[in-house]
Design a protein around this ligand. Structure first.
Ligand code: FES
Length: 109
């Protein structure tokens, strides 16, 4: 189980997590919008590269979209849908998250 405190994610912010799965490391991004926690694989659907330009840096300057560091694609925070860029119309790969009290659990398949 991969459980974390909600308070470990900055409010209205995001964090990258590398989760050791034994035979590989899953790289995910976790976003917090108030009490809502969202999670996606840290993989751009355009080329498969990481989205962040620095650790924990995933959002555009106005903090309104997830922005890929490589070619600038913009993804909606709430569902990972790409609204602009070379992979427009595609989506980030979601990761299931379960929130319980002040903790959240990442459910990788
Ligand atoms: S690698 Fe993300 S937009 Fe090209």
């Amino acid at each position: 189980m991969y459980q974390y405190k909600i308070s470990s994610i900055p409010e209205e912010g995001c964090k990258s997590l590398d989760i050791d799965r034994g035979n590989h490391v899953a790289r995910v991004m976790v976003l917090r919008q108030g009490d809502t926690i969202l999670c996606y694989h840290n993989i751009c659907p355009h080329t498969g590269t990481n989205l962040d330009w620095m650790p924990d840096q995933f959002l555009n300057a106005s903090m309104t979209f997830i922005q890929c560091a490589t070619h600038g694609a913009l993804f909606r925070i709430e569902d990972g849908y790409c609204v602009s860029g070379p992979c427009a119309g595609q989506s980030l790969f979601p990761v299931e998250v379960k929130v319980e009290g002040d903790m959240f659990e990442i459910k990788l398949k």
